[in-house]
Design a protein around this ligand. Structure first.
Ligand code: KIV
Length: 266
């Protein structure tokens, strides 16, 4: 039995140049599979809204929905480090409500840390959370919770100004005490610079190969989400096709009376 992964594990991995393996999961069996396959960090992402709950973006996800799935992932794992992704508007209204909501993730769902989106602007909130004992994973670059104000999912850091801002965002989160930073939708050369400019690990999604770790949405890489496949998501399986094949056979067998047979009956 290997030891439970903690924030210290991630810092040591960066120091040793060992990649951090991260993945999303939303239920206990998937968390168990991920852990058994060597995933260090499981994020119960608010991507939950799109890939599981059927919303068209992450904005409608509520804290109750998120906590429900976080608790399931915690039950399915023992060693991986579990991060709850705080949904839209659950950490913006005031520092006090952000702290209250963050506490629910640790106390009710039992996760090891929370993630919030945003750089410099969120640094004071991150700082208060960390001072209160809540480990925080930052998230910069493409911020899905801002899709309504940005007008779409755009790659961040394409201009010199944007790149400079991203480096400042990462440094502000490090100073505020975040234990690592997710970098989403950032050109590879910029995320390389950011990764070299901070001592906490960077975990990329659509941010090239130079980050200290990688994260993907499990449904994307397993072929379980067919609305669209992001350019950065490599397909390791086509489980959607496999499910359709199996369910077509099941409906056929029920229709023609070959299911259940004698062995499947009492
Ligand atoms: O919600 C999510 O799955 C995420 C990842 C894309 C990092 O935030």
């Amino acid at each position: 039995m290997t030891k439970k992964i903690t924030v210290t594990t991630f810092r040591k991995k960066k120091e040793k140049g060992e990649k951090i393996i991260a993945l999303t999961a939303y239920d206990a069996p998937t968390a168990k599979f991920a852990e058994e396959c060597g995933v260090d960090l499981i994020l119960v992402g608010d991507s939950l809204g799109m890939v599981v709950l059927g919303y068209k973006n992450t904005v409608p996800v509520t804290i109750e929905q998120s906590l429900h799935h976080c608790a399931a992932v915690v039950r399915g794992s023992s060693k991986s480090f579990i991060v709850g992704d705080m949904p839209f508007m659950t950490y913006h209204k005031s520092i006090e409500s952000a702290l209250n909501n963050a506490a629910r993730y640790l106390q009710e769902a039992g996760v090891d840390a929370v993630k919030i989106e945003g750089g410099k602007k969120m640094a004071p909130t991150v700082s208060k959370m960390v001072q209160a004992g809540v480990p925080v994973l930052g998230h910069i670059g493409l911020l899905p919770q801002s899709v309504l104000t940005s007008g779409g999912y755009c790659i961040a850091g394409k201009t010199e100004d944007e790149a400079k801002n991203l480096i400042e965002d990462a440094q502000a989160l490090e100073t505020a005490g975040a234990f690592a930073i997710v970098m989403e939708g950032i050109p590879a050369n910029i995320s390389k610079k950011i990764t070299a400019s901070i001592s906490i690990p960077t975990i990329g999604i659509g941010a090239g190969p130079h980050c200290d770790g990688q994260i993907q949405v499990v449904n994307d890489i397993l072929g379980l989400f067919s609305d669209f496949t992001p350019k950065h998501a490599r397909r390791y399986a086509n489980l959607g096709d496999e499910i359709k094949r199996a369910l077509t056979e099941y409906t056929k067998d029920v229709k023609n009376g070959t299911f259940p047979n004698q062995d499947e009956s009492f």
